[in-house]
Design a protein around this ligand. Structure first.
Ligand code: NAD
Length: 455
């Protein structure tokens, strides 16, 4: 069935229907209407799968998708236009332009943590760029995946945009097809499998992966603001956010103050019993819940550490006395546990970050311009914030993506259109004049002329 679907989509792509501006615009509009219609069902499913409350489901998932749609709809005509560039004297007489062209059949594979946003944002980019799309959402956020399936498959024809559900075997079958672009969001390990599969057909890919994203609080930082913004970024979606701060470097002189403000912020957000708070989510499944319990076993929780097996919840937790050798520092946490490491000198943090895989995000809380420049110059990471966490993801004007182990390629806003387009460089030559210098026989005079032009 998957093989036939790919053939069907490729034939449809070759029919050229999807390339027309009005067709793309209409498809984006249909998607907007579908999202509006399915908003209550999507919210229910997100509550069921992840315990996300309605407001969070809107501002961290559905709202972000609608915002991406608005940007793309507004700029689509301009994005689709050929871009004129200069022509070198060597090509005289001619003009040159760069022309975006869709790839063809795009496969989008998405994870379970933001199942609506991470499925639909790439789909918007792929549609805008004129492709057909197969979306394979995660089997772990099963209810949301079912709603997405019903929503998309009742809105679009199979040969244009289609949701396919299933587990790893479905993914493998999809990846075994000859596709024209693969957009994968998920773990670094599975990213490697996807890249290996893509290599067989030299299919271009984007890999949106994860990793351990550090947050640094320096001695000159506004600690009260830092504590609040770190608590927000860490505990949104119960820490199951790819760009959540994974671990904290705090200057030793600021630790006590930080813990006090962090505790205050958490009480303000979730009350005295966060496990019972409707604003605090649950862990996706038993496997991840057990993994997280194991990571914090034997560690000292200065805040939180309360668990509830029946709700699959771990209260917002801050761990003290963590070392680089601690179990929790060996893998991406992806849960509501923040390990804290104190430092004396910023070099310690920079050295540690550079010795480990490139993080997807880095957050720095400081008021020192010099520290800011050092960290930006010396560390390699996907993107991040100075004096905030995770909000870089919400901007249409900031391409989002990782580097090295945290991924390749980027999207959001213009970058979404660009990712799903191949940019062809075209030289349009006049036939009126035909400069002879490039044609044999090659004389001294011709060489002299070439020397004047090529330098
Ligand atoms: P995952 O890699 O386990 O799964 C992602 C997708 O890959 C799912 O749809 C799953 O069905 C599929 N998959 C799993 N095993 C596979 C295999 N062997 N072969 C082919 N396909 C397979 O990731 P996850 O647990 O769903 O998500 C968590 C990870 O994703 C974290 O590492 C997180 O940092 C990362 N993430 C990154 C971003 C980003 O935008 N960079 C966003 C969200 C999550």
């Amino acid at each position: 069935m998957i093989k036939e679907l790919v053939v069907k989509q490729r034939n449809y792509f070759l029919s050229k229907e999807t390339r027309d501006y009005k067709y793309r615009k209409n498809a984006l509009n249909k998607l907007r209407q579908a999202i509006n219609e399915y908003e209550p069902m999507l919210k229910d499913a997100l509550m069921y799968d992840l315990g996300k409350n309605e407001a969070e489901s809107y501002f961290a998932e559905i709202g972000i998708v609608l915002k991406e749609l608005t940007y793309i709809e507004k700029h689509l005509k301009k994005l689709m236009k050929n871009k004129k560039v200069k022509t070198h004297l060597v090509d005289f007489p001619a003009r040159s332009f760069i022309s975006p062209h869709p790839y063809g059949v795009v496969l989008v594979i998405s994870p379970w943590n933001y199942p609506v946003m991470l499925s639909l944002c790439p789909v918007i980019g792929a549609i805008a760029a004129g492709n057909t799309v197969i979306l394979k959402p995660s089997e772990f956020s099963a209810k949301t995946s079912e709603v997405l399936k019903e929503m998309i498959n009742s809105t679009f024809n199979d040969e244009y945009v289609k949701v396919v559900t299933g587990g790893i075997s479905t993914n493998q079958e999809l990846l075994d097809q000859k596709l024209d672009y693969i957009f994968f969001t998920g773990s670094t390990n599975v990213g490697k499998i996807v890249m290996e599969k893509a290599a067989k057909n030299l299919t271009p890919i984007s890999l949106e992966l994860g990793g351990k994203s550090p947050v640094l609080v320096t001695k000159d930082a506004n600690v009260k603001v830092a504590a609040k913004r770190i608590a927000f970024g860490k505990y949104l979606n119960a820490g199951q956010t790819c760009v959540a701060p994974d671990y904290l470097f705090i200057h030793e002189s600021k630790k006590t103050e930080f813990v006090k403000y962090f505790d205050e912020a958490l009480k303000q957000f979730f009350g005295d019993n966060p496990i019972k708070s409707k604003d605090f989510g649950k862990i996706i499944n038993d496997k991840h819940y057990t993994r997280l319990l194991n990571l914090m076993e034997d560690e000292e929780a200065v805040i939180g550490g309360v668990t509830d097996d029946s709700l699959r919840k771990i209260s917002p937790t801050l761990l003290d006395n963590i070392t680089y050798q601690s179990k929790i520092m060996q893998e991406e946490i992806f849960g509501p546990i923040l390990p804290m490491i104190t430092y004396e000198n910023i070099d310690q943090c920079i050295n540690y970050i550079n010795k480990n895989p490139n993080p997807l995000a880095l957050y720095l809380f400081t008021s020192s311009k010099e520290t800011e420049e050092r960290v930006l110059n010396e560390c390699n990471f996907g993107g991040g914030c100075i004096n905030d966490t995770i909000m870089q993801v919400a901007s249409d004007y900031l391409p989002f993506g990782g580097v090295g182990e945290s991924g390749m390629g980027s999207y959001h806003g213009k970058a979404s259109f660009d990712t799903f387009s191949h940019f062809r460089s075209i030289l349009k030559k006049s036939t009126k004049i035909d400069v002879q210098a490039r044609y044999a026989p090659y004389t001294k005079a011709k060489e002299k002329l070439t020397k004047m032009i090529l330098k």
